[in-house]
Design a binder for this molecule. Structure first.
Ligand code: ZN
Length: 438
């Protein structure tokens, strides 16, 4: 592990780099990630690490840099996106693009999601390069565009397809985990090893239109849809315990509790754990959009309801549809799937997971690492689908509570504790060393 003086310089370097990254407005859309890619390229070059800008569109460049391996080892890809969601300055205490240092925190859009992690990756890589570290397998740094919107195909999806040799790796670490929680007084850190698939669908409900002044002559599709929406809103997913969920519950409770006991135990957990249990057990469905008549005085003959729906990794739409139809019952509706994105997993029985667990055990004796299935998805799925990469989400937070961090992400006054930035930078540095020395 790093001594205190080294940790301090690492912290100061990461703090300055993060502040500079925040000052570059990379709100997506439009992104303008090239500014961040150039800053990081120049920063890494000062430590002798050559980086390459890879861009499908000139303003939306990705940066890939590496410390080449001596051969025979596993490649580790440190990947982070440089785009952010928007920010409304009127809601903020400070200018969201100031990178202000205040009360022990760096403030600004991207401070948590995820310019901090990107800065930590870059500083760890630069430091290792200056020390002359030669890993057995390539240590690869990627700062990627367009994660937050994700439909421009200029970021990791594009790199995996058009520049596979740049980002191919056996191992990768990105966002999505690292939250710390207490379970019966014992600290646990969550490591994202799998992600649910986004599989929205449309319900087309049929009735018969008519003049709204005489409801009896028509068959109102909106009223019929309302009954279906209510059923979906009350849906309790049919539970299935995947291996990840088994490991998660066993780590938390020492065993897999039965359904009723699990509900009770879950309600006693702190956030973010409490909110994760239910999505890990099955399909989730949220009706979010509805469209019926365009005229007040015309009873709609059809009504369309769009539902956000998330499937467990490995779960088919046919299987989910059977469950949804059991919930909806018979009726005048058609169910039509819109798309399916994400839904992937990596085993947690790997040397990379063990290295993360070792790091946590050294950092906070008595703490455990717990695998989780994320309810949403990250860029990890591109790597898992293209290369079979063992891809995890992990960036530890200890000083700031995970509850507060979850509230600040994509919201006003986003900030990171400098002590957490130091922790995260040390994590990346020490993990890269541990993996590279194997
Ligand atoms: Zn993010």
């Amino acid at each position: 592990m790093l001594g205190p003086v080294h940790a301090e310089t690492l912290r100061d370097e990461a703090t300055e780099l993060l502040r500079e990254l925040i000052r570059l407005d990379t709100v997506n859309p439009p992104g303008n990630e090239t500014a961040a890619a150039e800053l990081l390229r120049d920063y890494l070059a000062e430590s002798g690490v050559e980086g390459e800008l890879l861009a499908r569109e000139p303003d939306r460049a990705n940066l890939v840099a590496r410390i080449p391996g001596t051969g025979g080892g596993k490649r580790l890809l440190l990947v982070g996106h440089t785009d952010t969601v928007l920010a409304d300055p009127a809601e903020w205490t400070v200018d969201p693009w100031s990178g202000e240092l205040r009360d022990g925190c760096v403030w600004g859009r991207g401070a948590l999601d995820m310019k901090s992690h990107v800065a930590a990756n870059a500083v760890a890589l630069a430091r290792l390069a200056r020390e002359g570290f030669r890993p057995a397998g390539d240590l690869v740094f990627a700062a990627t565009a367009d994660e937050e919107v994700g439909d421009a195909d200029v970021g990791l999806s594009w790199l995996c397809r058009e520049h596979p040799e740049a980002v191919r790796a056996e191992y990768s670490v990105t966002e999505g985990g690292g939250d710390r929680a207490l379970v019966a007084g014992r600290p646990v850190y969550l490591c994202a090893v799998a992600e649910k698939a986004s599989a929205p669908f449309r319900l087309r409900v049929r009735g018969r239109s008519g003049h709204a002044s005489m409801p009896g002559i028509a068959d109102n599709a909106l009223v019929k849809a309302a009954r279906l929406v209510e059923r979906l809103g009350g849906h309790r997913p049919e539970r299935r315990i995947l291996p990840e969920t088994h490991a998660f519950l066993t780590a938390l409770f020492g065993r897999v509790p039965g359904p009723e006991e699990l509900d009770e135990l879950a309600s006693g957990l702190d956030e973010p754990l409490a909110g994760l249990v239910e999505p890990m057990l099955g399909v989730s469905v949220s009706p979010t959009m509805i469209e019926a008549s365009r005229k007040r005085n015309v009873i709609p003959g059809t009504c369309e309801v769009v539902c956000d729906c998330r499937l467990l990794p490995g779960q088919s739409r046919a299987e989910a549809e059977a469950e949804l139809r059991r919930c909806l019952g018979e009726g005048d509706y058609e169910l039509e799937w819109i798309e399916r994105v994400g839904g992937s997993r990596s085993s947690s029985a790997t040397p990379l997971f063990a290295a993360i667990a070792d790091w946590v055990a050294r950092e906070e004796p008595g703490a455990a690492v717990v695998p989780v299935i994320l309810p949403g998805f990250t860029d990890s799925h591109f790597l898992r689908e293209t290369f079979g990469t063992i891809a995890y989400g992990f960036f530890p937070l200890r000083t700031m509570s995970s509850t507060l961090a979850a509230r600040l992400v994509h919201s006003a006054d986003e900030r990171i504790e400098v002590s957490d930035l130091e922790l995260g930078t040390r994590f990346v540095y020490e993990l890269a060393r541990a993996v590279g020395e194997r």
